[in-house]
Design a protein around this ligand. Structure first.
Ligand SMILES: [Zn+2]
Length: 183
């Protein structure tokens, strides 16, 4: 009998990117599945068979979506908060599957593939979901700038104790080079 060599990728049990059909079948995805509790009773599991993470049923209602959850983009290198946007379930799935940040644009009413036309993309290095499973954190590697105003972060304005507002950051790009494009 021929000796079958071990598969090269044998130790890798779960891959991050699942095929679309697999992803749809499994909720939650293995990547975010909570660890099985030894104390969980079978009856509990039957009563609550799925525990979707993130839970879009907790999202803000918006026509044509599964509900919108806030998604924060954070610079993976320095921890700076870059922006906040919204995700529906399609945006979420595409983000996980492609490793590129995809949001839902409320103003345009459709998916917003960040940087698709401007080139200011966000490569997703890590994804976290908060305790209530209703807020998403993306740790990203930002190409160019996050903000369509030409700043590194959308949070470039600082509010003082007298309610005056000052620009606290340096503009990195001429906004005209970003305006009119889908950032
Ligand atoms: Zn902005």
């Amino acid at each position: 009998m021929p000796i079958v060599p071990p598969l090269r990728n044998a130790p890798i049990i779960a891959t991050k990117r699942l095929k679309r059909s697999e992803n749809r079948r499994k909720t939650p995805t293995p990547m975010f599945a909570p660890p099985a509790s030894p104390h969980a009773r079978l009856s509990d599991q039957k009563a609550n068979p799925v525990n979707p993470i993130p839970d879009f049923s907790r999202g803000q209602a918006f026509p044509g979506t599964s509900g919108l959850l806030p998604a924060i983009a954070q610079d993976v290198a320095n921890g700076r908060v870059l922006m906040i946007a919204w995700m529906d379930e399609r945006a979420w799935r595409e983000t996980v599957e492609t490793g590129q940040a995809v949001y839902f644009s409320r103003s345009r009413g459709k998916l917003w593939r960040k940087g698709e036309t401007s080139g200011h993309r966000q490569r997703v290095e890590e994804i976290r979901v908060d305790c209530d499973a209703d807020a998403i954190l993306l740790k990203v590697q930002q190409t160019g700038v996050a903000c369509h105003e030409g700043y590194e972060s959308c949070f470039f304005r600082r509010v003082e104790s007298d309610f005056s507002v000052n620009i606290a950051d340096t503009r990195r790009l001429d906004p005209d080079s970003v305006y009119g494009k889908s950032t």
